[in-house]
Structure formats: C-alpha cells, structure tokens
Design a protein around this ligand. Structure first.
Ligand code: AMP
Ligand code: MN
Ligand code: MN
Length: 330
C-alpha cells in the first residue's frame, strides 16, 4: 500500500463530510442510472474504501453495471433493488439531480436519513443535505481520490484500479480539457499503486460488441450535418434484432471527430415515446445549458437529457436549439 502524495491540487472534501463518513456504520452508496465507468468506478471505489475502514457499505444502481466493469471491487454486490435494506446514511455519487438515482433511492424510506452528494457536474442542483460538488474535477473518481487522501487512507491496487477507471472513462483516455497536471500526477500515483492503465483503457474504451458496431453502422446511415451540428438517430427498429443493445455507446464522440462539426448529438428512441439525447461539444462550446433547459444535465463538452416526443420531431427541434449554442463562449 502507498500513501497518497500531496499533488498539484488542493481540492479537499468539507470536514463535515469526513465526520459523517466516520460516524456511519451502514452507508448506502448510489450511482446514477445507465451507469458509465465513472459512476461504477466511484461507487465501487467509495464502497471498497468504506469497507476497508470497517463499515458495512451497501452499493446500489438502478441499472445493471455493464459486464465490462466486472473487474471492479464488489461488482457482484451492486444491488438493483434496495427493498428491505436499512442504511444509516445515503451517499449519491456522480449524479447531478435526484432523478438520476432512479428507483434505488426510495424517498419514503430514506428521506429522513442524511443524504451526501459527491459530484463533478456543473449542472448539479445541490439536492443533498451535504453537497460536495467540484465542477473542475474530471471525474467523481478524482474526488474520491481527494477523499482518500483527506482520510489519510492508503491506496492499494484494488482502490487505485477503481479510481483510475472513472478518470479514464470520463476523460476518454486523457483527452478532455479538464485533464490538469494534478490529474496526471494522481494517475501516476494510481499506476504506482498497481492500477493497470492499459488494461483499464482496453476494458472501458476499446471494448465493443459486434451488435454495438452493427448499431453504429445503422445509425451512421442517418448522419446529417446542419451548419456545425452533426447528428444521428438510433431507433427501436434499428436495434430490434441486436440482442438487447440499446445505446450506441461512443457514437456521439465519434461524430464529433468530423472536421466540420462543432457539436454532435445522438437521439435514441426509447419505449413509451421517450427520446434520450446525448450531446458533445468541441472546446469553446457549451452543451450543458441546453441539456439543463431540457431537464437533463452534464458538463460544457458532454451533456444529455431525456425528452418526450416522436424521434424525428425531437431531432429537428433539438438540433435547432443546438445551433444556437454555436456562438462560441466569449
Ligand atoms: P452521455 O451522453 O449519456 O454519455 O452523458 C453525457 C453527460 O451528460 C454525462 O456527464 C451524464 O452524466 C450527463 N447526462 C446524460 N443524460 C443526463 C440526464 N438525463 N440528466 C442529467 N445528466 C445527464
Ligand atoms: Mn457518469
Ligand atoms: Mn462523471
């Protein structure tokens, strides 16, 4: 085990958060629905850290964690149903608003317990009793690292692996503007503690099923460029024979690689007339406020929302809104 070193960052959790964690016995930790690598990485890193501190943590996420993350600690213990459990504290990780916790947060049963929010979304609505929100952090897992350091807990291979998973996922392999010297410093420490960077990168970024690639192919057939906004749709019909694949994971970032594009969007048709929208923007453009205005959230370069409507109508209305975001931030 290695002690976390002082890094280039002075970010630290509020002291009340450390007190609340220290006095908890059975904390319930909740990651957001449709979990990504930062949701599962921060859920399992925090769960493992608290377990190592002698607590009895319960890990929960409404939607099943993708099997790509099965190398993370307590992967098999993540509950999709929290009926019957009796926590004494609730901690939400990587969620910007309470709806993101989905069905595993039962207001009637957990509403009287203290709720801690740990998140890095600029659109966070501060829905906890105690909110630790760091929009400058590249991942919630970067925050869990600072928490580990503040608790003076050592890193080990298991913890370092879970922490690096969220950082690699949310920075798409250290590509985003929020990869600071501190992030690289921390990453060096995590590798030193045994986190296998190349294996994590392969697992979380270069790991697609043939069905997913087939869905990309079908969705790519619908690509349109409207001024600087590139978009594609993913319909229920396109994925009927694809064995349960839903999201065209990674496609929206791929679309943004088009030289002509400043903003990219993928619209995913869901049952019951809902459309999931996924946005990406190049440096200098901001899609978070459009996602927020549509009831979603995210970061300036990566955001999303779910809206109701017919997929083609939603596409044209939302693309019109995105075109307004083409004025670069001054
Ligand atoms: P995605 O395009 O699904 O990978 O999401 C990009 C970013 O937007 C992530 O940081 C998500 O947490 C956020 N996001 C996506 N959908 C929603 C939503 N419905 N509500 C709030 N945030 C969202
Ligand atoms: Mn996330
Ligand atoms: Mn995140």
């Amino acid at each position: 085990m290695t002690k976390p070193q002082p890094s280039h960052s002075s970010i630290a959790p509020p002291p009340e958060l450390l007190d609340a964690l220290s006095s908890a016995r059975k904390p319930l930790i909740i990651a957001h629905l449709s979990p990504d690598g930062d949701a599962i990485g921060s859920l399992t890193a925090l769960g493992y850290l608290l377990y190592r501190m002698g607590k009895d943590p319960i890990l929960a996420c409404q939607d099943k964690a993708p099997p790509a993350f099965n190398f993370l600690p307590f992967y098999d213990r993540i509950l999709q149903d929290t009926q019957g459990i009796q926590p004494d504290l609730v901690i939400s990780v990587d969620s910007s608003d309470p709806t993101r916790m989905g069905s595993v947060y039962d207001e009637a049963r957990f509403g009287d317990l203290p709720l801690i929010v740990i998140d890095h979304h600029i659109t966070n609505v501060y829905f906890g009793d105690l909110n630790w929100v760091e929009p400058m952090c590249c991942a919630t897992d970067e925050m869990i690292y600072y928490l580990t350091r503040a608790l003076q807990e050592p890193l080990d291979e298991t913890l370092a692996t879970a922490l690096l998973t969220g950082i690699v996922t949310d920075t798409r392999g250290f590509r985003t503007y929020n990869v600071t010297p501190a992030v690289m410093h921390i990453t060096g420490e995590l590798i030193d503690a045994g986190a296998p960077l190349s294996i994590i990168t392969e697992r979380v970024l270069d790991n697609r099923s043939l069905a997913l690639i087939t869905l990309w192919a079908r969705a790519l057939d619908t690509v349109e460029l409207d001024q600087g906004v590139i978009s594609a749709i993913n319909t229920l019909a396109m994925r009927r024979d694809l064995g349960g694949v839903i999201r065209a994971e990674g496609l929206v970032s791929f679309l943004l690689s088009a030289q002509e594009a400043k903003i990219a969007a993928v619209f995913t048709e869901m049952p019951a007339g809902k459309v999931e929208c996924s946005f990406r923007a190049r440096r200098g453009y901001d899609v978070s406020h459009i996602a927020l205005s549509l009831g979603g959230g995210g970061h300036p370069p990566a955001a999303g929302c779910t809206v109701e409507g017919e997929i083609h109508t939603v596409r044209s209305q939302v693309v019109a809104m995105l075109k307004q975001a083409l004025q670069p931030e001054s």
